[in-house]
Design a protein. Structure first.
Length: 475
């Protein structure tokens, strides 16, 4: 049974999607990028967590997943960074950041969602939602802007379900309004659903509405786009720093305008720290995937680092920790490559192999069902690799069981996504260098062997000496 930690209840709850049968569909909404700059690896950690969640729902439980991830392409930060004067300017500014986002997630092996709605393409739905909220009495207009009445909503429905806000937080803030998309935590304010354009800019960056020319507030964007999945959602996921005010406001807007819950489960990924401090663009301490690659690492090394930690635990990024993750990845990949070659002619049977596979699969599934405990799941896979290598070394894993072990490894990787499941064959020139090096070693010409090894390395390959002879592996 899958159990997920629900931020609404502050506890792990058994999860089943709405509907009946094994083929039921999980409706998953995940907060996507705000396209005013490149995603940093803290953002990418959240996207990898959401990808692992999706993969486990599909591969671990056989459910279909319909995932929607929004793209915020109109918001305070975008307007400030772009200095746009028209919507065309905004789109020209956000497009390269959007393209880079997709390039990054593809490099990390993140499966594509079924839909990526853009905020600028759903303003009509946002206006209709604001009208419903206003008709229900939970919004009011001031000078062409529309604000959500937090105090009035709280009296009827309770504002602060995710943050566990109680009535004492509302003292002394009567009539307090805020136009900024983000504001202090633990501070309930009437937030903008619709923002009028400043005087002198009418007809430039904005849309027509019943309240005049302007644009939607950030919080209402997700509520309107998520509703396309048909409410309530099974899961709404995102980074922990979105819990308040963004996700809290989404809940309130949907309840006020549509009279129902936005989502049954709310899942939040913890911060990625850098040298012990929160990574944030505003603090100027971000690292991007491009910078990771410039340091000689592969995107899969970063993904390996992410899945080795539980998504609800803070993870401290250092270049040393990434190097350790790279070495972990290489251990896994070397085992896969070794399995993909001729394993030997061990006698048929192999009870030890059968037990190893069954025990690891059970341990892996138990870990993933325990709130996606990838740290324990990865540990199970590494034990599998250790014991599998021991069986190969002992001559107890022959070709008759080789495919069974490979199939199990594929199953783990379907969820974790940390292996390159194609054994890349070296070109003839590199194979020839490896043959010459082996010949030099046999005649004890170690200087020549070392020279050839360096040539192989320059070509992008590593040569490893094994009892069966040299093995080439792509670096």
């Amino acid at each position: 049974m899958l159990k997920l930690y629900n931020t609404l209840s502050r506890k792990k709850e058994a999860f089943e999607p709405i509907g009946k049968g094994r083929g039921k569909t999980v409706k998953l909404y995940t907060c996507g990028p705000t396209t005013y700059g490149p995603a940093h690896i803290g953002n990418l950690r959240t996207y990898v967590f959401e990808d692992v969640l999706r993969r486990w729902l599909e591969h671990g439980h056989g459910w279909k997943v319909k995932q929607v991830m929004n793209i915020t392409d109109i918001e305070d930060k975008i307007l400030a960074a772009s200095k746009a004067k028209t919507l065309d300017d905004v789109r020209a500014f956000t497009k390269p950041h959007e393209e880079r986002f997709f390039a990054d997630v593809d490099k990390l092996g993140i499966e594509r969602a079924e839909a990526y709605p853009k905020a600028t393409e759903h303003v009509g739905a946002m206006i209709k939602l604001i009208e419903r909220i206003q008709a229900a009495g939970f919004a009011y207009e001031r000078d062409g802007s529309v604000y959500f009445d937090v105090r009035k909503y709280h009296r009827k429905h309770h504002y602060g379900k995710l943050l566990k806000i109680d009535s004492k937080h509302f003292g002394g803030e009567k009539g307090s309004r805020i136009d900024a998309d983000e504001y202090d935590k633990d501070s309930p304010r009437d937030f903008a659903l619709w923002k009028r354009e400043p005087k002198g800019t009418v007809g430039v960056v904005g849309w027509r509405s019943p309240w005049g020319h302007g644009r939607p507030g950030w919080h209402v964007e997700c509520s309107a786009m998520a509703a396309a999945l048909k409410l309530p959602l099974d899961i709404h996921a995102g980074a922990v720093d979105l819990t308040f005010p963004h996700h809290e406001n989404e809940i309130a807007q949907t309840r006020a305008g549509d009279g129902q819950d936005l989502a049954r489960f709310w899942l939040h990924a913890e911060h990625l720290l850098i040298d012990g401090a929160k990574m944030a663009k505003s603090d100027g301490n971000i690292v991007t995937l491009a910078e990771v690659e410039k340091q000689g690492f592969l995107p899969v090394h970063l993904r390996t680092l992410f899945v080795q930690a539980h998504y609800r635990g803070k993870l401290n990024f250092t270049w040393q920790s990434l190097q350790a993750a790279k070495e972990s990845y290489e251990r896994l990949q070397t085992f896969y490559d070794r399995l993909s070659e001729q394993a030997g002619d061990a006698p048929e049977g192999g009870e030890a192999v059968t037990k190893l596979i069954a025990d690891t699969q059970a341990r892996f599934a138990a870990a993933m069902d325990d709130d996606l405990n990838t740290a324990e799941a990865v540990a199970a896979v590494f034990d599998f690799v250790r014991d599998g290598n021991a069986l190969i070394d002992a001559g107890e894993l022959g070709t008759d069981r080789q495919e069974d072990v490979l199939e199990a490894l594929h199953g783990f990787n379907d969820v974790l996504g940390v292996l390159t499941l194609e054994v890349e064959r070296a070109p003839k020139r590199v194979n020839a260098l490896a043959d010459d090096r082996e010949a030099a070693r046999r005649r004890d010409d170690f200087a020549e062997a070392d020279r050839l090894r360096k040539q192989i390395s320059k070509a992008g390959w590593t040569v490893e000496d094994t009892p069966r002879g040299p093995r080439l592996r792509k670096r």
